[in-house]
Design a protein around this ligand. Structure first.
Ligand code: ZN
Length: 437
């Protein structure tokens, strides 16, 4: 199938270059789509009892449902939780031979920075140097902090104006998936199996995915399109636990406390001092895990501490829990009158534990990225993803790049090639699945 791949590759490249080609362009360019979506405020909110956490996310959900229908998608629906589902029928003689591949992106933007009245700016034909955002000149996208800018010379860079985030996370993913559907519709000669689509609310507050209907979605495998730099593919997340450590002392009136009061705070302080300085979030990166005391209460009678444990390997996570318990035994020996307990809960697991049994998911994505002219690479995510949650619910779901940078802040940006190359990769990806089945 090599010659066919090379053929299609040339075609899609040609579309990106706006050259004459037999492949028809989508009815709306991915950049135009993206610019429309970022104007719609979809900021989610922490600690709400409803899904979606904010009603305004439905504005985008309903628009996407309408556009999906117009693009010929079937079974288009918005669930009671604001999740948009749709199916793009395959065009093979026997679609049942190809797994149904799902593509998922999230509609909400981070609660950290406003997403209201986003004014996207296109910095045409970028020629290098720092980008100062006009509405707030203290907001500077510097080359030093964003070396990826050096690869974007001659590209059109898209930023917000300095007052808001851009919302590329994850409206880039939505625009890319929608443009993939559009491209497939315009070009029935591109062969693919059945494709499942979902756009979810409340990814940023971690609650939307709980309402995800894996069975109704109908995919055997899926990808979240919610990553960063071009070519970046993620099949690993943290394995995560949280420890709650409680120090029980004895409170009494300080005026008559001699030989009675047992101040639990000192035991907790002793414990905190034992945390190894080279195993903290502020001293680690890449594949190195950490322990992270992040919240607690101090009180004479009862002091307590919450500690995050994070590692990519289960053995590393086990070792960290063992260390926390050993440190606690040392503190307990020093403060025999303080009653100390530790309770460790599992939060989520590295999706690689499941994805290692589905190597074709990563391999096909790498192949698709290469066909789009990119150099794909694997990057573990120092966090959790919706895909990781779905993976453990029976839907293996690695994460694909969107071309964006600086998520959750006013310095967020993407580029024309970021959007176009990510879209191309998706178009190639459905073909790779069809070829390999
Ligand atoms: Zn995201």
């Amino acid at each position: 199938m090599k010659s066919l791949s090379a053929f299609v590759f040339t075609l899609v490249l040609a579309v990106a270059a706006h050259a004459q080609t037999t492949l028809k362009a989508p009815s709306e360019a991915v950049l135009d789509r993206f610019l429309r979506y970022v104007k719609i405020d979809t900021q989610s909110q922490e600690d709400q009892t409803t899904t979606p956490s904010t009603r305004k996310q439905l504005n985008l959900a309903n628009l996407l449902a309408k556009e999906l229908t117009a693009l010929g998608a079937q079974n288009v629906r918005v669930s009671e939780f604001g999740i948009v589902y749709a199916t793009v029928p395959g065009n093979l003689p026997d679609n049942s031979k190809v797994p149904v591949v799902g593509f998922i992106a999230h509609m909400d933007t981070s609660p950290a920075v406003s997403g209201e009245n986003v004014k996207a700016i296109i910095h045409k034909n970028y020629q290098g140097g720092d980008i100062v955002l006009p509405k707030d000149p203290s907001q500077i996208i510097s080359v030093q902090k964003n070396p990826v800018l050096k690869e974007l010379i001659g590209d059109d860079i898209i930023t917000a104006d300095g007052a808001t985030l851009l919302g590329s996370d994850d409206k880039a993913g939505i625009a890319e998936i929608m443009t993939m559907i559009d491209t497939l519709r315009q070009n029935p000669q591109i062969k693919h199996g059945t494709i499942a689509i979902a756009f979810t609310p409340d990814e940023e507050v971690g609650t939307g995915i709980e309402k995800f209907d894996v069975k109704g979605f109908g995919a055997q495998v899926a990808y979240t399109v919610d990553g960063g730099a071009l070519g970046e593919i993620s099949e690993e997340t943290w394995s995560a636990r949280t420890a709650t450590v409680t120090f029980q002392g004895k409170s009494t009136h300080p005026g008559s406390a001699k030989n009675i009061m047992i101040n639990a705070m000192y035991a907790m302080a002793d414990y905190l001092n034992r945390f190894p300085k080279d195993m903290l979030p502020e001293t680690t990166e890449g594949r190195v895990g950490f322990v992270h005391p992040y919240a607690g209460t101090v009180d004479v009678e009862t002091s307590s501490l919450k500690v995050l444990l994070r590692d990519f390997d289960m053995s590393g996570l086990e070792a960290k829990e063992k260390l926390l318990r050993e440190m606690l035994a040392q503190t307990a020996a020093k403060f025999p009158e303080v009653k100390i307990t530790i309770d460790v809960k599992e939060n989520y697991k590295n999706m690689k534990e499941v994805l290692r049994d589905h190597p074709e998911l990563t391999n096909n994505a790498m192949e698709a990225a290469r066909r789009a002219g990119l150099k794909p690479f694997l990057k573990p995510i120092r966090g959790g993803t919706d895909g990781a949650r779905l993976t453990f619910r029976g839907l293996p779901t690695p994460n694909l790049f969107t071309g964006g940078s600086n998520f959750h802040g006013k310095l967020e940006f993407n580029s024309r090639s970021g959007l176009e190359k990510s879209t191309e990769t998706l178009v190639h990806l459905v073909q790779v699945f069809a070829e390999k089945s």
